[in-house]
Write a protein that binds this ligand. Structure first.
Ligand SMILES: Cc1cc2nc3c(=O)[nH]c(=O)nc-3n(C[C@H](O)[C@H](O)[C@H](O)COP(=O)(O)OP(=O)(O)OC[C@H]3O[C@@H](n4cnc5c(N)ncnc54)[C@H](O)[C@@H]3O)c2cc1C
Length: 251
């Protein structure tokens, strides 16, 4: 994109030790930064532990792109239209970064700072993504709308929903792409869902909260800010309805 002019380019591709998918914690996953998006599609550990990751990564470009693109590249690039950053935000992932001075862990909520901006410092590389698993009685879904299959989404929503013993919503998490200068976590909508009975009324209240929460959706030749707000609301309702169905099925 010619956003930076560099005097040296360091190719990480040969660091084979940074390409892996491993179980992490009870039900979570650790992904080496050089894991290709395509590797997620064929990995049985990822499929059984976090099917949402597969569902979302299938929307990344098309197979030729996914064969080359890395999960670390997507996160470090921090494109607000990309699927994985929004997903990592919704899933409360954390990232390990390393430099010659040592390593540190950054929560996804502190990582994405603005348009293509992250909290990575000079000399640091991203080495690992760690994603906690979902609690019992949870369901999740990723839905997006793009003009053509494989295009970046005009809007996309990652949702997780956890039901309490009484069937009400104990926790909901929503991460949105193409909804602002950085991936967006819809906190007000999550709050609005807590304690509610799953159903159309709860979904439309959450959609209204998402629409009110989106302060700076992009506005371009593909869609105005208002159109994207509307789309984000519709996709929120869909993602929550699917998540609830899956959560009920997992009981
Ligand atoms: C035609 C096309 C369609 C696409 N469609 C989509 C789409 O629909 N959805 C989507 O999400 N993405 C899409 N992408 C983006 C693609 O999936 C990759 O995420 C993106 O190109 C980054 O590729 P990469 O992993 O090779 O990283 P690179 O291009 O090598 O790096 C991207 C940036 O991150 C930095 N970086 C990379 N790895 C690290 C690391 N480990 N530590 C620190 N910094 C690092 C680099 O310095 C660079 O600034 C598309 C790309 C193309 C070309």
């Amino acid at each position: 994109m010619r956003l930076v002019h560099v005097s040296a380019l360091i190719d990480l591709n040969e660091i084979g030790g940074l390409a892996y998918i491993r179980p992490w914690g009870e039900e979570g996953l650790a992904l080496g930064a050089l894991t290709r998006d395509a590797a997620l599609e064929h990995d049985t550990t990822a499929a059984s532990r976090l099917p949402l990751l597969l569902e979302a990564s299938r929307y990344v470009g098309h197979p030729a792109i996914r064969n080359r693109s890395t999960v670390g590249g997507s996160i470090a690039h921090a494109d607000p239209a990309a699927e994985l950053p929004a997903l990592m935000l919704a899933l409360d992932a954390e990232f390990e970064v390393r430099s010659r001075a040592g390593s540190r862990t950054i929560a996804a909520k502190d990582f994405f700072q603005g348009y293509l901006q992250t909290s990575l410092q000079d000399g640091e590389i991203l080495t690992e993504l760690r994603i906690p698993g979902l609690p019992a009685r949870s369901g999740s879904a990723f839905v997006e709308f793009a003009r053509r299959e494989g295009d970046y989404a005009l809007a996309g929503v990652a949702a997780t929903l956890t039901l309490g013993e009484d069937g009400t919503i104990a926790q909901a998490r929503l991460g949105l792409c193409s909804a602002g200068p950085a991936p967006v976590r819809a906190h007000a909508a999550e709050e609005a869902l807590r304690g509610q009975r799953p159903g159309p009324e709860a979904w439309s209240a959450a959609a209204a909260a998402v629409i009110a929460e989106l302060k700076e959706p992009p506005s371009d030749i593909h869609g105005s800010a208002d159109y994207r707000r509307h789309l984000a609301g519709v996709l929120t309702e869909r993602a929550l309805a699917i998540s609830a169905k899956r959560a009920e099925g997992s009981r």
